[in-house]
Structures are given as structure tokens and as C-alpha cells.
Design a protein around this ligand. Structure first.
Ligand code: CAA
Length: 283
């Protein structure tokens, strides 16, 4: 299975990061989204990231231009007919992802691998809406994609070994480290991370400590680069709540119940950095 041409669906924070690292690794990339303004914003993020590398003398202007030239923004999902792999990074909503995968299955050539960057939705269920479940796989990048080394590769129930191998090889070409996991709620990353964040929120809810104190304990005591509440704001509190719900429903175990304070913040529209307020305030 030779992968030359990549399509990334969704030009948000994750999609643009994935497109950037693919283009940096020498792949031709189509970056697809519904509206030109989303593509412009995504390409703007990529340009800024690459310019920072040029400014720090880690990349020449010519190298930057060559990377940008490998990226082709498109609003047309029919571009899926030209590629060897599609990495979907649209919003975390099963109905939307199912619709995208149904369309991609119709348009993409038979050999094309359909990967999803979902952080918590079941790969097996997404695969089941296609006629090629053996070619559907999870490729979970971490935010910020250009910096974080991990790609959690999730095998759906029907994922073929050769598809897993092709994705592992591609991940290494992206200068990232693949880790293989099976398809259960939250995979490994969010099954371990989100209960920690949820518990940190409980300590604030119960008045054990302030958000600043909780974060300080975890940063200075456990060597985490960000405290769990800063990280929750960075990920988005709506996303954190959504993933806790996936764990709670998926396992039916009360140890995954979302903290009422998390629900309250999300209801108030305090979604973290992106909305200007979460556990902290942002400019
Ligand atoms: N895009 C690209 N590069 C970025 C960036 C971004 N959004 N943010 C920071 N960087 C780069 C900086 O340019 C800098 O690069 P150099 O060292 O090459 O100069 C480097 O990262 C360090 O940045 P800073 O010095 O500004 O800040 P920092 O040392 O605090 O690092 C951080 C920032 C990398 C985000 C760090 O705080 C960190 O590792 N945080 C934890 C991140 C994490 O846990 N991510 C996983 C989230 S969970 C997830 O994604 C999955 C899910 O399903 C929810």
C-alpha cells in the first residue's frame, strides 16, 4: 500500500496541523473544508507556524514555500477521488462523521484508506457505514499537532493488518511515534487523561483547592507541562464533557460521571480558551 497523496477533511486546529505535518513530510495534501473562509483560516495557521520556523532559522523561505506548494485547499469533497488516504478531522459528532464517511466511501478509489482523527467516537461504528470497514482506522493526533509526538492508532474490529501497517509506516514518515490501541471508549489517551481532568474539576467543585493551586500541584509535583485545568481550557470544556459522557455511556460505570461544575461551565458558555473564559480568563 503506497501512500503518496493525502486528503485532510476539516481545516480547523487539528486538520490544519495534520495537513501541515503531512506536507512537511513530503506528501501532496488536499485540505478540504466546507467554506473558503475555513480554508483561509487553516492555511493562515499553517503559514504562521512555518514562518516561526523560518524566523528561528530552522527552515529556509524556499523550504517553507515548497511545503505550502504541496498544500492544495479545496471546498470540493469530490477531490477524494484523487487520493490514497483521507484523514477526517471534522467536528466530533457521529451523525456528521457518518455522513462524511458514506460520501467518501462512494467517491474515493477502492484502495483509499479512510482514517479518522476522532478523539472518542467508536472506529468500528464509523467503519460500519462504509463498504470498506477493513480500510477504516483511527489516527488520533494530539494538539498542537506540529509539536506533539504521539499518534494513537486505533484498530476497528475489522481493520486489516496491512492497513494498520501502512498507517504505522506513514506515522513514522511524519516524524511521529505510533502507538497501537484497540477500539474501546476513549481509547487509551482520553480514558486516562479525561478522568484526571474530571477529578481535578471535582477538587475545585468540592473546595479542596483553587484552580491555580490544583494546576501548580500537578505542574511542579508531577512535572506536567500544563496543569489539568489549563489543559482542559486548552482542549475545550465542551470537548472534555463530551468525552466524559462517551466514557460514562460506553462503560456504564459511575467512576466516569462528569463533574457537575464541568456541566455548569459548559451550560454557561465557559468553554475555555476558545470562548475567552473557562477555569481562567483569556484576552
Ligand atoms: N502550534 C504549533 N507550535 C506550537 C503551538 C501551536 N499551537 N504551541 C506551541 N508551539 C511550539 C512553540 O512554537 C515552541 O516551539 P519551539 O520550542 O520549537 O520554539 C514549543 O511549541 C513550545 O512552546 P512555548 O514555549 O510557547 O510553550 P510551552 O513550552 O508551554 O509549550 C505546549 C506549549 C507544547 C502546548 C505545552 O504546554 C504542552 O505540551 N502542553 C500539553 C499539551 C497536551 O497535553 N496536548 C494533548 C491535549 S489532548 C489531545 O490533543 C487529544 C484529545 O483527544 C483531547
Amino acid at each position: 500500500m503506497s501512500i503518496q497523496k493525502v486528503m485532510v477533511i476539516g481545516a480547523g486546529q487539528m486538520g490544519s496541523g495534520i495537513a501541515q505535518v503531512c506536507a512537511m513530510a513530503g506528501f501532496d495534501v488536499i485540505l478540504q473544508d466546507l467554506k473558503q473562509e475555513f480554508l483561509d483560516r487553516g492555511m493562515g495557521i499553517i503559514d504562521k507556524n512555518l514562518q516561526r520556523q523560518v524566523d528561528k532559522d530552522r527552515m529556509t523561505s524556499d523550504e517553507k514555500a515548497a511545503i505550502i506548494a504541496r498544500l492544495q485547499p479545496s471546498t470540493d469533497i469530490q477531490s477524494a477521488s484523487e487520493v490514497d488516504i483521507i484523514i477526517e478531522a471534522a467536528v466530533e459528532n457521529m451523525e456528521i462523521k457518518s455522513n462524511i464517511f458514506k460520501q467518501l466511501d462512494e467517491i474515493a478509489p477502492a484502495h483509499t484508506i479512510l482514517a479518522t482523527n476522532t478523539s472518542s467516537l467508536p472506529i468500528t461504528e464509523i467503519a460500519a457505514v462504509t463498504k470498506r470497514p477493513e480500510k477504516v482506522i483511527g489516527m488520533h493526533f494530539m494538539n498542537p499537532v506540529p509539536v506533539m509526538k504521539l499518534v494513537e492508532i486505533i484498530r476497528g474490529l475489522a481493520t486489516a493488518d496491512e492497513v494498520y501497517q501502512a498507517i504505522e509506516d506513514m506515522t513514522k514518515k511524519l516524524n511521529k511515534v505510533p502507538v497501537e490501541v484497540n477500539d474501546f471508549p476513549g481509547f487509551v489517551s482520553n480514558r486516562v487523561l479525561m478522568p484526571m481532568i474530571n477529578e481535578a474539576i471535582y477538587t475545585v467543585y468540592e473546595g479542596v483547592a483553587t484552580p491555580e493551586a490544583v494546576d501548580e500541584v500537578m505542574k511542579l509535583g508531577m512535572n506536567h507541562p500544563m496543569g489539568p485545568l489549563t489543559l482542559a481550557d486548552f482542549i475545550g470544556l465542551d470537548t472534555c464533557l463530551y468525552i466524559m459522557e462517551v466514557l460514562h455511556t460506553g462503560f456504564g460505570d459511575d467512576k466516569y460521571r462528569p463533574c457537575p461544575l464541568l456541566r455548569k461551565y459548559v451550560k454557561a458558555g465557559w468553554l475555555g480558551k476558545k470562548s475567552g473564559r473557562g477555569f481562567y480568563k483569556y484576552e
